[in-house]
Design a protein around this ligand. Structure first.
Ligand code: ADP
Ligand code: MG
Length: 723
């Protein structure tokens, strides 16, 4: 009977006896799951596995040559066991067989026999210090048994090993299925021809049973493309569906608040701000919800763009909510929006609009007043933290949600806020200052349109960055403090960031690398502030800011710094995102190696904002030529956030990049790598867009539609399991 479907139960195709161990060891239950379990690598015939590379407790598949076979008496019992020694030409591996297995092995394993063995490695260190390795009663196939079925020169697939499941057992099950495989190809034939991709059944045959490495390469190309294409097709389809939802159009009005605001703007919008502004204005003016991501370097001026969008919505009788990741940032947004609006804020006789603030910890009276303003519509703009997501918060007519610094918000939170709009979906604008490569953006935010502000407002002075190697060159650190005194002497201000709060338990813990017990604890805000205030920065006005302070205090400290009353602010990463004090010119980051690349870049963006040249000093004990130091050198060497995000991504696992909410997507990627396969993803995206522009419901591609549906169902199931 032919296998024609991926979802066919494996036991029907290969029999229950073969299927059972595959299911229990690898969770493989269908034909598709088996065929998508690709070899981890290929061994060439005659190539022996290096025995010295085998680690204790690993389940391995080893190709070796039998060098000695000996019967030995059991230690504590009657009888004998079979001691087989295998070599890779250099090191030795010992195999022990007992009982009936010993008799069979004695027949089949002669000195000189080459065979593939599979089992769990045991490593022990002998009294003379050498490592001895053994496998207890391993499974094996000898070379003649194996090559009889295949070309003598074909690469041997080696599957990821699993408990009690030898690689060749997987190989045999795969062969059984491949022999009867008769699949329709989900990719349109025209597309395959154009991109020179082999058919799916051929690719699967070649990846599992290649005749040579050329087969492997061709098959890999096709299977990679499939992953990229299916993923992009799901995202494109989701985008088409979202764009078809109803929303209220918010076209604005000719002589409304936005026009007034533009007229009194103290600077000229950059070309990028104008272009993106037009895209957004057009999105808002139609009866379908906008889903747009606004990417832009730190300081690129995203806030103005967002505010203009909010005013357009207010001009159309709706409300806009701005969601910020931290309390400090929400307060700052509120402050700067009120400032930018001038007498357009507050509503009343000037015909402006109310700007409300809602954070988790505000006083009950203020909170009640702001809640009321949101519910009555008196506040056209509502700024807040997660507190905005609570059930109690109601809006009169929520038309636009702006999410600042996307990377701290999950998809679920965006959705929670969306539900607050009755009658149609609100428009959504997501802003991020952490630029990510296009391919990652397409995958993580593939259901969003992406706009990028690549140009910084003119008049922005460049930021100079240096690494300060405090351990090797202590006088550089002294010079750092002198530099701060000089800047303060010129009437400017400085930030000093430390990884830890200090002086208390349960620190902010926003640093994954900080709990390495072998290193000294990271420098702490409270201690550093005290050391500086009584030492090198004696006489300057030094303040401390961190997440554990009561919100009113945090706000007061930020205000005082914003007004220039504080010279030096020693802080944790609470100042990482969005904080905007134009008079600050120096950023010193202590223990800089404890921060991630994009975090450093974000922090650095806090200076050089007011036309003053910015200086960023990365203080570290990391020694030259270490990876930590290399990262810091990379940060010091470029201001290009896109380039830095690549440095960052290359050092992290892709699962982390995709984030928890995307784990379902990750699980469908076996071959594809987001960074290395940029071209594949880009092509797949274009093809998916083109295909669905013509046939959005995929009516003429039922096979493809079925695969997409299955993928979405999996993703949903996984999501439900997590919540
Ligand atoms: P970010 O993109 O990091 O959120 P902001 O919106 O906070 O950047 O803008 C940074 C600073 O640049 C703000 O003080 C803002 O007022 C100013 N700014 C924004 N656009 C312009 C412009 N076109 N010309 C001059 N200054 C601008
Ligand atoms: Mg900002």
């Amino acid at each position: 009977m032919d296998v024609t479907r991926f979802d066919e139960p494996l036991k029907l195709a290969v029999g229950a006896k073969t299927a059972a161990p595959l299911e229990s060891a690898l969770g493989i239950a269908t034909v598709g799951e088996l065929l998508r379990h690709y070899p981890r690598r290929y061994a060439e015939r005659g190539e022996l596995t290096p025995i010295a590379s085998l680690e204790h407790d690993d389940h391995v598949t080893v190709v070796g040559r039998v060098s000695a076979v000996q019967r030995r008496p059991m230690k504590n019992r009657q009888g004998t066991w079979l001691d087989v020694e295998v070599t890779d030409g250099k090191d030795r591996l010992r195999l022990a067989f007992f009982g009936k297995g010993a008799f069979v092995a004695e027949q089949r394993l002669q000195p000189g026999t080459e065979a593939t063995f599979s089992g769990k490695v045991n490593v022990f260190v002998a009294s003379n210090g050498t490592k001895r390795r053994s496998l207890a009663h391993p499974d094996y196939v000898t070379e003649d048994e194996e090559t009889s079925e295949e070309f003598a020169t074909a690469p041997v697939p080696i599957y990821p090993s699993a408990q009690n499941l030898a690689s060749w057992k997987i190989q045999r099950a795969v062969r059984t299925v491949l022999d009867v495989l008769d699949l329709d190809d989900p990719l349109p034939a025209e597309l395959r021809r154009r991109l020179r991709l082999p058919g799916l059944a051929d690719a699967l045959r070649d990846i599992h049973r290649p005749r040579d490495f050329g087969d492997v390469a061709r098959a890999t190309k096709r299977l990679k493309f499939d992953e990229a294409f299916l993923l992009q097709a799901v995202l494109v389809r989701r985008r088409i569906a979202a764009a078809a939802l109803p929303a209220r159009a918010r076209p604005g009005k000719p002589d409304g608040l936005l026009a007034d605001f533009d007229a009194r703007l103290p600077f000229k919008l950059t070309e990028g701000q104008r272009a993106v502004g037009e895209e957004i204005a057009a999105d808002l003016a139609v009866e379908h919800p906008m889903h747009r991501l606004l990417q832009g370097e730190v300081g690129a001026g995203k806030t103005v763009v967002a505010l203009r969008a909010m005013l357009q919505v207010v001009d159309s009788g709706g409300q806009a909510a701005l969601l910020a990741p931290t309390e400090v940032l929400a307060q700052q947004h509120h402050r700067s929006i009120v400032t930018m609006l001038g007498d357009l804020a507050g509503g009343g006789m000037f015909g402006g609009t109310g700007v409300a603030l809602l954070t988790g910890s505000m006083g009950a009276a203020a909170r009640r007043a702001n809640l009321l303003d949101a519910a009555s519509g008196a506040a056209g703009i509502v700024v807040g933290t997660h507190a905005l997501l609570q059930d109690k918060v109601q809006f009169a007519d929520l038309g636009l949600i702006v999410v600042d610094e996307q990377h701290r918000f999950g998809v679920e939170q965006r959705d929670a806020l969306r539900e607050k709009s009755q009658g149609g979906r609100p428009h959504v604008l997501v802003m991020t200052a952490t630029p990510i490569p296009r391919t990652v953006a397409m995958t993580v935010f593939g259901d969003l349109e992406v706009s990028t502000l690549s140009q910084l407002p003119s008049g922005r002075a460049p930021i100079t960055s240096h690494v300060v190697p405090a351990a090797e060159k202590p006088h550089y650190l002294e010079r750092t403090w002198e530099r701060i005194r000089e800047e303060v002497g010129l009437g400017r201000q400085a930030y000093i960031v430390c990884p830890r709060i200090g002086d208390q338990e349960g620190d902010e813990g926003d640093l994954s690398a900080a709990d390495d017990s072998e290193r000294r604890p990271p420098l702490a805000v409270i201690e550093v502030a005290e050391m500086l205030a009584t030492g090198p920065l004696n006489g300057l006005n030094v303040a401390v800011l961190h997440g554990k302070l009561p919100p009113e205090e945090k706000d007061a400290i930020m205000r005082s710094f914003t007004r220039g009353e504080t010279d030096v602010l020693v802080a944790t990463t609470v100042i990482e995102v969005g904080v905007d004090v134009r008079n600050a010119s120096v950023m010193v980051i202590m223990d800089a190696d404890r921060f991630g690349v994009s975090q450093l870049h974000q922090l650095r963006g806090r200076v050089g904002r007011g036309g003053l040249p910015g200086l960023c000093l990365l203080v570290t004990d990391a020694l030259p030529e270490t990876p930590a130091r290399a990262r810091l050198d990379a940060v010091a060497a470029t201001l290009d956030g896109f380039e830095l995000s690549r440095v960052d991504l290359e050092q992290r696992r892709e699962g982390d990049v995709l984030g928890a909410a995307q784990s379902g997507r990750k699980s469908s990627l076996r071959m594809l790598q987001l960074l290395r396969d940029e071209d594949v993803i880009e092509t797949a995206r274009q093809e998916a867009l083109a295909l669905m522009a013509e046939d959005p419901l995929l009516e003429s591609h039922p096979q493809l539609k079925a695969e997409l549906d299955a993928m979405v169902a999996d993703e949903r199931a996984e999501f439900l399991e997590k919540t």
